[in-house]
Design a protein around this ligand. Structure first.
Ligand code: PLP
Length: 404
């Protein structure tokens, strides 16, 4: 066998998102691009804001002395200083550039912090439903992912956390606004979860680090604001990227920020800097570090997502689908009207609607749809949703109950 057993196993299991993506391509080759309603991918198509484009142009056209060279593995010092200024403004905590490592997106940041933290067999709690790549990232570095289910309405569950922590627990990953649920954790939900984390850390005699994966922080609706994890827990690491908020998914730029009061802070930052280098990233893309440094206050135009969210939540609720209203990100995670979510997804495909089964995110009985899609596709899909709903007797029953 040429490739490793682990990779071979992962390839055969293949992610549901990938499977649906391939199925989508097959259907598009039959029905044409416009004949398929593809809600599978979280691939933001909104263009970067003009402020970012202007800054990039300035950098490309201006004097370029040294900007394409190697730099410190943690990134350009002047960029890290600017990120720190933004974090100070947000949190009123004493961040400096020395707490920041510029990374190849949030994916790169997650890999370097996990490599820095994990000994073989160390456990990392992931809150289900989850972004499935977490499992691979943890396994990349010899760790063991441990499922820590959220509540029925996808809230972090302190009791569940306390029951899952063992002496091998090294870290917990949380993600708000959440992929796949769109849930934004409130200050009190985070506080209660972090209180439990402190109790658990004390019980096992070492700090459990809280990795807060926040690439959707700036994508919220109806005035919802994401609380700062740094106000709830000292042993925390913020991870983010500009894939979603500046529309730069392909440019691979993000950062991690270790809390100024974290236990073993200097080792953590030195470890992450070393791992950025030795995992082969070396450093985050230079030009994009420089371009995003002055764009911390801008975001893509969210009006298209807002409109999609309004249209879909209204229409699907009227058809009887049940879901938690997403406060952020660009996902909806409704209950599947069939007990078997995979069967429901196959049924949706008959109407040329492509969504991903909740099974693929560690929560069966649901399905995820991404509304990072053009408005006109959402509008065109509405009659297909009606046809699909008419074929789901359970939805009718739910609707009757609601009308009662
Ligand atoms: C929850 C979550 N974390 C991390 C990532 C990775 O983002 P990036 O493109 O910054 O690597 C994604 C991408 O979809 C995501 O949904």
């Amino acid at each position: 066998m040429t490739i490793s057993k682990g990779v071979l196993l992962s390839l055969t299991k293949s992610s549901w998102i990938r499977k649906m993506f391939e199925e989508g391509n097959r259907l598009k080759s039959i029905h044409g691009e416009d004949g398929v309603f593809d809600f599978t991918l979280g691939n933001p198509h909104l263009p970067p804001p003009p402020e970012f484009v202007d800054r990039l142009r300035e950098l490309v056209n201006g004097p370029q002395e040294g900007i394409h060279r190697y730099m410190p593995n943690s990134g350009w010092p002047q960029v890290r200083d600017k990120i720190a200024v933004d974090l100070v403004k947000r949190t009123e905590l004493p961040w400096t550039g020395s707490h920041i490592v510029m990374t190849v997106g949030a994916g790169g940041a997650l890999n370097i912090i996990l490599k820095t933290l994990l000994n073989p067999g160390d456990e990392v709690l992931v809150l289900s439903p989850y972004f499935v790549e977490y499992l691979f990232y943890i396994q990349n570095h010899g760790g063991v992912p441990v499922d820590c289910p959220t509540t029925e309405d996808f809230c972090p569950d302190p009791e569940e956390l306390l029951s899952k922590v063992t002496s091998r627990t090294k870290a917990v990953i949380i993600n708000s606004p959440n992929n796949p649920t769109g849930r934004v954790y409130s200050q009190s939900e985070l506080q209660q979860f972090c209180d439990a984390l402190r109790i658990a850390s004390e019980r096992i005699g070492h700090p459990i680090y809280l990795i807060s994966d926040e690439p959707y922080r700036k994508i919220t609706y109806d005035g919802v604001k994401c609380p700062e994890i740094a106000h709830c827990y000292d042993d925390s690491i913020i991870i983010t990227s500009h894939s979603k908020d500046l529309g730069l998914a392909g440019d691979r730029i993000g950062y991690l920020a270790v809390h100024p009061a974290a236990t073993n802070l200097p080792d953590l930052v030195a470890g992450c800097t070393f791992c950025n280098r030795t995992l082969g990233f070396v450093n985050a893309p230079s030009l994009f570090q420089l371009a995003i440094a002055d764009c911390q206050h801008v975001t893509v135009d969210l009006s298209e997502y807002e409109q999609n969210r309004a249209t879909l939540t209204k229409h699907l609720a009227q058809l009887g689908f049940r879901f938690v209203q997403p406060g952020g990100a660009f996902f909806l995670f409704p209950h599947s009207p069939q007990e078997d979510d995979v069967q429901f997804v196959e049924q949706a495909m008959e109407e040329r609607i492509l969504v991903v089964p909740g099974t693929g995110f560690g929560r069966a009985g649901h399905f995820r749809l991404s509304f990072a899609v053009p408005n006109e596709m959402v509008e065109r899909s509405l009659s297909a949703w009606e046809t699909l709903a008419a074929k789901c007797p359970a939805l009718g029953r739910d609707q009757e109950r609601t009308l009662d």
